[in-house]
Design a protein around this ligand. Structure first.
Ligand code: C2E
Ligand code: MG
Ligand code: MG
Length: 683
């Protein structure tokens, strides 16, 4: 019995799908041929795949041929024969079978192709991750915010963190604490290759070369960075060792001549910009050769090391010191405002050398000779300055006394200046100990009453040869050397002793003003003032301290603390030379000041100079606002007095009334000045 045509067709379709899915090549062709024969009930017939058709002839004489294709793709053809004839229905059946075969073959070949591609991709990925893990370099990726997205074996080895520990954390956790931040460094260094410091899991910090490249998605949008890191610590250390060998003296650890030259040139560029002076000191040890020759190299080396330590210890951090070779050293100073400061440093260095060197049981004495060259006067580059300082050092050696300790500037003018200053300094020390200092007193007048209300004590130096030397010629130097502190102590003492005499002589109490320089204004001052007043039995109202604006410039809070302690005693403070510095007005109101003193340079211009007049009257109104008294110094004319009076100034001091006077004359002036008043009272 013939099967039902539909179930027949389904059977054949299922067989065809099954064959395509399971069979390949010859077996598939045979099965397809068998199905075609069955569908068309033909004794002969086969399926010929497209790649095997080359040798075949055309269609058999009696039979059917049907191509198997899907759209443009030809897979093969069915050929059936062996029946007497084939109807149009047979032809239709074979066409349906071929169409089904074409679709199934097409779908199957697509599926196979993508499976194949997938397998290939998978193999490739496997490949690449193997390469990544096998390579020595550490490679990691991060997103745009620096969060780590992948981490290869090299990174595990380098940092000590496994991928599980690292992925998801921010890259910053690998930074050495000193590093600034990942963005900055990346941008600064142009986003390519850089040398960085990173930290391992065990805390060890190392140098790495880091190269970064952008990580993009398939649309070429940047989504992060790929980082390649290699440990270059070894190389860095080697470089540092080489650098150290090239630029440092192995014996003392100080910079050598090459580094000094570089650093000096750099510092000169800065000094030029900030209009500062610079100088180079060339130091040569005396008697070094003798010690080295007689006690041997070991002692010589130890001596040089100790000398280097001593030099370093008396210099400030920003000063340069280098060993040039042998027993020659050099020092660079770059923030000095006066060249004579360099000679002070030179003397400090020589003092450092003067203490005995205890080496190998020997008590060795070495001195030194120092030559100084100054930028910009002598030269503008390190080589020139070093050469000239060397020449100056030779001159210093020649001029030196038996011990050879000497300092010389390259410039003759500076040399003379230095010698002059040294003479003054020595002379002043001598003057302090030998009663050559004295005080003159310049009266201060109240404008309203016309009476003397006080005096300013002004120091003079009675020089055995030069006569009376004004303070302008020795106070600035005393300030620079620190001697001003001793001068100040003497002045306070002398002024109080004088006040005691006047008090005991029954003169009306006045305020004696003493000038106090910035260097004296320390926390020891209030105690010294208290003690001195007590010793002379004086009420604090006898004393006033004049301080200058420069005193107020540093460490305001400390200064205010000292001021408060002084005013708490009942001693008043006045601000000298007001207007010449630049006190901030906001600070001014915090200072416990009694009087503002208009500087002589403004008084001089009154009344012709409109600016000076404006400044003077502004100072007066500031003083009034802040409830301070105001005094004008240097008043020489009646016009000046008239202007000051009409502007509301309280007190005046100047040649119009009186020059600074010796004590006896001042006393007389005081008596005369008060006589009429007493006469008034008597009348
Ligand atoms: P200073 O404190 O501003 O003193 C005022 C100076 O102006 C005094 O000069 C005084 O003689 C001078 N002078 C006063 N009235 C007139 C005038 O009408 N015309 C002119 N042309 N000058 C007048 P002196 O005595 O030469 O003192 C100069 C500076 O020396 C003082 O300026 C002060 O800064 C300092 N000085 C004086 N004695 C001492 C002291 O004992 N210790 C400290 N640290 N400095 C002192
Ligand atoms: Mg003064
Ligand atoms: Mg003054």
């Amino acid at each position: 019995m013939l099967a039902h045509p539909v179930s027949n067709f389904l059977q054949h379709s299922a067989a065809l799908c099954d064959a395509v899915l399971r069979l390949r090549g010859q077996a598939l062709a045979q099965e397809l041929g068998r199905i075609a024969r069955e569908v068309l009930a033909s004794p002969a017939g086969y399926y010929l795949p497209v790649d095997e058709q080359a040798g075949e002839g055309g269609a058999p004489v009696s039979g059917l041929v049907q191509e198997v294709r899907f759209e443009h793709q030809l897979f093969g053809r069915f050929v059936v024969s062996g029946r007497d004839n084939y109807s149009a229905l047979d032809e239709q059946h074979l066409a349906s079978l071929a169409s089904l075969a074409g679709s199934v073959l097409q779908v199957h070949s697509l599926a196979q192709r993508s499976t194949h591609a997938y397998v290939q991709v998978e193999a490739q990925l496997q490949h690449q991750s193997q390469i990544l893990d096998q390579m020595h370099e550490s490679v990691l990726t991060m997103d745009l915010n620096g969060f780590i997205t992948s981490w290869n074996k090299g990174a595990e080895r380098l940092f000590g963190y496994s991928a599980v520990e690292a992925v998801g954390r921010n890259i910053l956790f690998l930074y050495d604490d000193e590093d600034t931040g990942f963005r900055d460094a990346f941008l600064e260094q142009g986003g390519r290759l850089m040398e960085v410091r990173r930290k391992k899991k065990n805390g060890e910090v190392f140098w790495a070369s880091l190269s970064l490249s952008p990580l993009c998605d398939i649309n070429d949008r940047s989504i992060g960075l790929i980082a390649y890191l290699t440990d270059i610590t070894e190389r860095k250390l080697a470089e540092e060792r080489i650098h150290h060998l090239a630029y440092y003296d192995a014996l003392t650890g100080l910079p050598n001549r090459s580094l000094l030259t570089k650093l000096v040139d750099q510092a000169l560029t800065v000094a030029q910009r900030s209009k500062l002076q610079g100088c180079v000191l060339f130091i040569d040890l005396n008697r070094f050769k003798l010690i080295n020759d007689t006690l041997g190299r070991h002692a010589g080396d130890e001596l040089l090391r100790e000398a280097a330590r001593r030099f370093r210890s008396v210099l400030r951090d920003q000063d340069l010191v280098a060993r040039l070779g042998g027993d020659e050293f050099a020092v660079g100073l770059f923030d000095i405002s006066q060249h004579y400061e360099a000679s002070m440093v030179a003397h400090k260095l020589l003092t450092a050398l003067s203490a005995p060197f205890l080496i190998d049981g020997h008590d060795l004495r070495v001195g030194g000779s120092i030559g100084i060259s100054v930028y910009p006067q002598d030269g503008a580059d390190a080589e020139t300055l070093l050469r000239l300082a060397d020449i100056a050092m030779y001159r210093a050696k020649q001029q030196g006394d038996a011990d050879g300790d000497h300092v010389a500037f390259y410039s003759q003018d500076m040399n003379q200046g230095m010698q002059e200053r040294m003479r003054i300094e020595t002379g002043l020390r001598h003057a302090l100990g030998n009663g050559q200092l004295l005080l003159h007193y310049q009266p201060k007048f109240s404008i309203s009453s016309g009476k003397i209300i006080g005096a300013e004590a002004l120091v003079r130096w009675h020089h055995p040869e030069r006569g009376l030397v004004p303070p302008a010629e020795f106070i600035p130097l005393a300030e620079a050397t620190g001697l001003v502190v001793q001068v100040g102590e003497w002045v306070l003492e002398a002024a109080c002793a004088q006040a005691q005499k006047w008090k005991e002589a029954g003169l009306p109490p006045i305020r004696l003003a003493v000038n106090v320089s910035a260097r004296e204004f320390t926390s020891a001052l209030p105690g010294r003032v208290t003690e001195t007043l007590k010793r002379y039995g004086l009420e604090p109202s006898w004393l006033e301290l004049e301080i200058t604006e420069s005193t107020l410039m540093h460490n305001i809070d400390r200064v205010i603390g000292i001021m408060d302690r002084i005013t708490a005693l009942g001693v008043t403070l006045s601000l000298d030379d007001f207007g010449t510095g630049y006190s901030s007005l906001s600070y001014l109101k915090r200072f416990p000041i009694d009087t503002l003193k208009i500087d002589r340079s403004f008084t001089t211009g009154i009344p012709s100079d409109a600016n000076d007049c404006a400044i003077a009257s502004t100072i007066i109104s500031i003083a009034q606002q802040l409830k301070h008294k105001v005094i004008a110094e240097g008043v020489e004319t009646v016009e000046q007095l008239a202007f000051l009076k009409s502007s509301g100034c309280d007190e005046v001091q100047g040649y119009l009334f009186s020059q600074p006077l010796p004590a006896a004359q001042f006393e007389q002036a005081l008596r005369d000045n008060w006589q009429p008043a007493q006469a008034d009272k008597a009348a």
